[in-house]
Design a protein around this ligand. Structure first.
Ligand SMILES: NC(=O)c1ccc[n+]([C@@H]2O[C@H](COP(=O)([O-])OP(=O)(O)OC[C@H]3O[C@@H](n4cnc5c(N)ncnc54)[C@H](OP(=O)(O)O)[C@@H]3O)[C@@H](O)[C@H]2O)c1
Length: 261
């Protein structure tokens, strides 16, 4: 199986921590040169030291705040003038939790902007380089909520659906150029995002954090949370030459938690 990414450049968004950081580590392990993206320059500078460089990879980082899409567009347009991006990992912080009936309308606008609009800006900028170089992989980190809405994540459920349909449409249009577009749907994964969700739930329901975590784990057939590296492995596979014929899919990596096919 060809998993070799030597000579490929990957832009990994939301990679100061969590799933994005794990994806950057995994893609570098397969030989890709990584551009980390987040708002945290100090953390990214430190993360670069954790990325494999044994195959001649060159890693760097781009500071960007997805709530400022004009600035993001300027930065990505400059980056693609320097080098083609062969692998784009669209990923950023999830929208705040809470029941949909209580959500401020503005929260939907902000989430739509930070997730869908930023994906669109990044994708439009990297397409030309992917076409020219004959290699393109776009992988969106979204959520299992595209298959089964999750309780207490109203804004997230809504926006993930939009991103999933955006991605499927992109997959149809970019497929003829050999560019694949796929979604990875993480289940509950041990990152800062999950700790926040567990803590909020514990506060709201007046339970201990341990009890909330235990109840969440018991709803997963594998009876545990995912490690960020386990989501990253799926991302790296989809980014590899071996996954050339996988296009337009939603891949749950959730220990079997989602109750639909
Ligand atoms: N963990 C889970 O259980 C789980 C389950 C399903 C889906 N997901 C989804 O998967 C994605 C990644 O989750 P995670 O658990 O890895 O989250 P995380 O640990 O909170 O990491 C989020 C990453 O996104 C970056 N980010 C956040 N806001 C940003 C902004 N405005 N501009 C630029 N970068 C920003 C953060 O960097 P800085 O803060 O340094 O900028 C960080 O690198 C999220 O969409 C999440 O909702 C997670």
């Amino acid at each position: 199986m060809n998993l070799n990414l030597v000579g490929k450049n990957a832009l990994v968004c939301g990679s100061s921590k969590g799933i994005g950081k794990a994806a950057a580590i995994e893609l570098a392990e397969l030989g890709a040169s990584i551009t980390l993206v987040s708002r945290s320059s100090d953390i990214m500078a430190k993360n670069i030291g954790e990325l494999d460089q044994s195959k001649g990879q060159n890693h760097d980082f781009m500071i960007a705040d997805f709530s400022d899409s004009e600035d993001l567009k300027k930065k990505i347009d400059m980056l693609v003038m320097e080098k083609p991006i062969h692998i784009l990992i669209n990923n950023t912080g999830g929208p705040p939790g809470g029941p949909i009936v209580d959500a401020e309308p503005e929260a939907f606008v902000q989430a739509f902007h930070n997730h869908l609009i930023c994906n669109q800006i990044l994708t439009q900028s990297v397409i030309a380089g992917m076409k020219e170089s004959g290699y393109g992989r776009i992988i969106n980190v979204i959520s299992t909520s595209v298959k089964q809405p999750l309780d207490g994540l109203g804004v997230s459920n809504t926006i993930r659906g939009a991103v999933a349909n955006w991605a499927k449409t992109m997959a149809n249009e970019l497929g003829p150029h050999g560019i694949t577009v796929n979604n990875v749907l993480p289940g509950a994964t041990e990152t800062g995002r999950l700790s926040q969700i567990v803590e909020n739930k514990a506060k709201k329901t007046n339970q201990s954090v341990d009890n909330v975590a235990l109840a969440m784990k018991s709803s997963v057939p594998l009876k545990r949370f995912a490690l960020p590296g386990e989501i990253a492995a799926a991302i790296a596979f989809l980014a590899s030459p071996a996954a050339a014929y996988i296009n337009g899919i939603n891949l749950p990596v959730d220990g079997g938690r989602t109750k639909s096919l």
